[in-house]
Design a protein around this ligand. Structure first.
Ligand code: GLV
Ligand code: GLV
Length: 321
C-alpha cells in the first residue's frame, strides 16, 4: 500500500514533490498551526511525519500515529521539541537538518550583533517616528567590534561559522563548551578554549550556539549575566530557554550588560514585555534559517530522510538518543 506521509506545517514545494514520489502526502493549510489534538487525528495511520520545531513530538504523538510510524523528520537542526528516547523505544527513526542552515544562522547572529552594537534598530525607529535629527560627531555612537573578543558558547558548526565571521571583522575568539574542539579547528579560527566563567568575564560579545538540553536550560541566568562585563553584549540564535529571559530583561534595564541581540525567545512566540521597551536590544522573530535557499535545503533534506527510511535504507542525518 502507498505510505501515508503527514506534514505538520507548510514546507517548500520541492520537498513536497519529493515526498509525493513515494507516498500520499497530507498537507496542512498554508499558514495555520494545527492544535496538537487536530494534528494527532491527522496522524492516524501515518508511516512518516515531517514536523517543525513548533510541534511537540512525544509518546502521545507516536501513539496517535500508530504502529506504522517509521520516521519523524524534524525540519530543524535543534530537536529539543522531540522526545527522542520515547520514539527510539518504539523503533521510530528521528532525523534533523544539520549543516544546511549553518551559514544562514551565523549570518543572523552576526546581523543581530551589528544591529545592537551599531544601534541600527534604534536608528530606524528614530527615523520612522519622524523625529528631527542631524548628523553630528556625538550622534548615536555605538561600539566597534575591531579588537574586541567574541565568546562562543558551543563551538559546533554554527558556532564555528560565527567565529569565522568575527575573525573577518577583526575580533579575537574564545570559546567554551562541553568539550574542546579539535586542534585544527582551534588553529584555523585562532580560538582559545576557556572555562565558562572565564569566558563570561572576558568576552565583549557572548554568542550562544549550544543546543537546548536539560544542562543548557537557563545556562545564562542572573548570575551568568552578572559575571559578564557591563560593556558586553549577548547574542542568542539557538533556543530561547537557554537564557532566563526575565533575568535578561532586568540585566538590560539595569545596565548589568550593555545590550543583546535575540532571534529566539523563552516562551516563543511571546517576547518578554520588558524587552520590547528597551532600545539596547535587537530583536528578530526566529529568522535564523529563514532564507529561500536554506529552507528549501532543510525541507528537501528532511524529505530525503523520509524517502530513505521508507525505502529501508539508512537515513542521511539521524538523531540518536
Ligand atoms: C532552527 O531553529 C533550527 O533548529 O533549525
Ligand atoms: C561620515 O559620514 C563620514 O563621511 O566620515
Amino acid at each position: 500500500t502507498t505510505p501515508r506521509i503527514v506534514v505538520s506545517r507548510w514546507i517548500p514545494d520541492d520537498a513536497v514533490a519529493l515526498l509525493r514520489e513515494v507516498g500520499e502526502v497530507w498537507l496542512p493549510e498554508p499558514d495555520r498551526a494545527l492544535p496538537a489534538a487536530e494534528l494527532h487525528e491527522v496522524l492516524a495511520g501515518a508511516d512518516a511525519a515531517v514536523v517543525t520545531l513548533s510541534e511537540r513530538v512525544d509518546a502521545a504523538f507516536a501513539d496517535a500515529a500508530g504502529p506504522g510510524l517509521k520516521v519523524v523528520a524534524n525540519v530543524a537542526v535543534g530537536h529539543d521539541n522531540v522526545d527522542v528516547p520515547a520514539l527510539a523505544e518504539r523503533g521510530i527513526t528521528v532525523t534533523n537538518t544539520p549543516g544546511v542552515l549553518t551559514d544562514a544562522t551565523a549570518d543572523i547572529a552576526f546581523g543581530l550583533l551589528l544591529s545592537v552594537t551599531r544601534r541600527l534598530g534604534e536608528g530606524e525607529r528614530l527615523l520612522r517616528s519622524r523625529t528631527p535629527w542631524s548628523f553630528h560627531l556625538g550622534f548615536m555612537l555605538g561600539s566597534g567590534l575591531q579588537g574586541k573578543t567574541l565568546g562562543v558558547v558551543g563551538l559546533g558548526q554554527i558556532g564555528r561559522a560565527m567565529a569565522a565571521r568575527a575573525q573577518a571583522f577583526g575580533m579575537s575568539v574564545v570559546y567554551t563548551g562541553r568539550r574542546r574542539a579539535p586542534a585544527d579547528v582551534e588553529a584555523s579560527l585562532d580560538a582559545t578554549y576557556l572555562p565558562q566563567d572565564e569566558l563570561l568575564a572576558t568576552a565583549d560579545v557572548v554568542s550562544l550556539h549550544c543546543p537546548l538540553t536539560t544542562e543548557t536550560r537557563h545556562l545564562i541566568d542572573a548570575e551568568a549575566l552578572a559575571a559578564m562585563k557591563p560593556t558586553a553584549f549577548l547574542v542568542n540564535t539557538t533556543r530561547g530557554p537557554v537564557v532566563d529571559e526575565a533575568a535578561l530583561a532586568a540585566a538590560l534595564r539595569e545596565g548589568t550588560i550593555a545590550g543583546a541581540g535575540l532571534d529566539v525567545f523563552e516562551h516563543e512566540p511571546d517576547v518578554h514585555p520588558g524587552l520590547l521597551d528597551l532600545d539596547n536590544v535587537a530583536l528578530a522573530p526566529h529568522l535564523g534559517s529563514a532564507t529561500v535557499e536554506t529552507r528549501t535545503a532543510m525541507a528537501t533534506l528532511a524529505a530525503r530522510n523520509v524517502l530513505a527510511v521508507l525505502a529501508g535504507e539508512p537515513p542521511l542525518t539521524e538523531v540518536t538518543p
